[in-house]
Design a protein around this ligand. Sequence first.
Ligand SMILES: [Ca+2]
Ligand SMILES: [Ca+2]
Ligand SMILES: [Ca+2]
Ligand SMILES: [Ca+2]
Length: 304
Amino acid sequence: MHCSFLYRVRACTITCLLSTVCLYMFFKELPFTEYDPGVVITYTISGQGVTEPPYGLFVINGKTGELNITRKVDREKTPMFYLRGYALDQNGKNVEQPIDLRIKVKDINDNYPVFSEEIFTGSVEELSESGTLVMRINATDADEPNNINSKIAFKILQNQPSSFSIKKNTGEVVTAAFYLDREEQSSYTFTVEARDRDGDKTGLATTCTVKIQILDVNDNIPVLERQTYEGSVEENRANVEVMRLQVSDKDEKFSDNWLANFTIVSGNEGGYFRVETDAQTNEGVLTLVKVSVYCRVSFFFLKS
Ligand SMILES: [Ca+2]
Ligand SMILES: [Ca+2]
Ligand SMILES: [Ca+2]
Ligand SMILES: [Ca+2]
């Protein structure tokens, strides 16, 4: 393949494709008249890939100055090679000043985006406004920075229902539906794709799983099963359970939003009764604490 003389090659950047076996060099040949036609020039090189590891990567034709690369190189390992070129006469003296040769390895898109986690988990309160930030999905791409080959675009796949959206270039997941109702659906799982080349169909794509838990808000009031209750106890007895009042609350079970707080508001002036919440069942347990003759109590409960 085509290469060049090393005569007067000025420091320049040379591009080498991953699979290219020959370097393309820019050169400027000095008019031969400036040299004694009897002088035999020999070209040599030193530096990375020649006198430093990886050895044997670059070879030069001493007579013509043609510089070749002997095997594939990986830009992600070595984005640039720094060599030095010499033009010597038959006595080993420099015919001119040694020159710097910088060989830039041109990027190809040979790396998929990589997510920082396989499964991302986040949470957001129900009733959050549309556009509320839930979480951020992270992915990286080992191809050249600031190159389209490493520019990642995010997209939600299988978004059902469309309760969330993702910002294409930042990976920020935000609420899309105005009204997320934990009591209707308490968690969402969907797939996010990260595709390089800014999401172009020619790009390389990877997927991850996103799980979002909807956090409870106390948006349901407790409801007593019945309007009135009646109970009785044998006379002359104390510290006995009189009745249980079942309450229902749609908020998250066993949370403070669910647990009812009962208070006797009237009819218990004599202090005969006590009411407590059974934290396992959310029932109000009415207990007779003092011996009584006959009484009627009425009460309300208050949510905590
Ligand atoms: Ca890439
Ligand atoms: Ca690459
Ligand atoms: Ca509640
Ligand atoms: Ca709720």
